[in-house]
Design a protein. Sequence first.
Length: 268
Amino acid sequence: MRMKLAFSTLGVPGLPIQDVVRLAATHGYHGVELRAHPEEPVHPGIGAAQRAEVADEFRGAGIEILAVAGYARVAAPGDDGPVLAQVRALLDLAHDVGAPYIRVFPGGGTEQRPEAADANAVRRLGAAAEYAAELGVRILLETHDSHRTGADAARVLGAVGDRHVGALWDVMHTWLGREQPQESYTALAPYLGYVQVKDIASADDTTPLPLGAGVLPLTECVDILSRHGWDGWLCWEYEKRWYERAAPLPELLGPGRRHLARLLNESA
């Protein structure tokens, strides 16, 4: 059993795809999570030719595109139409570049009751699942914002009940939600697509740190995954885009890859 390792382009905002691929290959990562935002090289607004070029660039280097990380908020208040259009555009992009997953946020907000946020997410994810199945892409709901714990996400995913809709476990958000790693894994295991790892100084200071330099229970998370025979992806999401003073990611990729390798060896 061996997990695959990836990093998110959130850590290298705006970097050309050729350079992203080079960083992944140089430092021994198996894949890359592509942040799908208009300020990035890959987003739903690019055309067919650009999508084909992106797929060819990754394929030629033997690097996988893990996911298209979008910003659709499936639990948000409002009409379903615009949200579903966002999700479908992300699914089209993922299909065209060869990514097996898209990432969506809950985004339930504070202006509606939790039950209403859940109902929005269940209805929209259920509606999008058929299109996801047609394209062979899986929608992953990230543990984030209004649904930051595994229990929160599982409550929605269990109600959707479709294998083309799953979970993205962001270990920072479940930890901030005061959920223990074993509790998170137990809740998310039936739906788990992949796991986002990161590190921070404290609950009050979420500035990204090199892996292993902060307080997040990465060793425990990897150990739990290993003990259960999970052989999916660990993706390092280093949130440089939101923290300008954070150290540049490229110089951390090598040490980060080695740290994850040590965790995997210790858990083997």
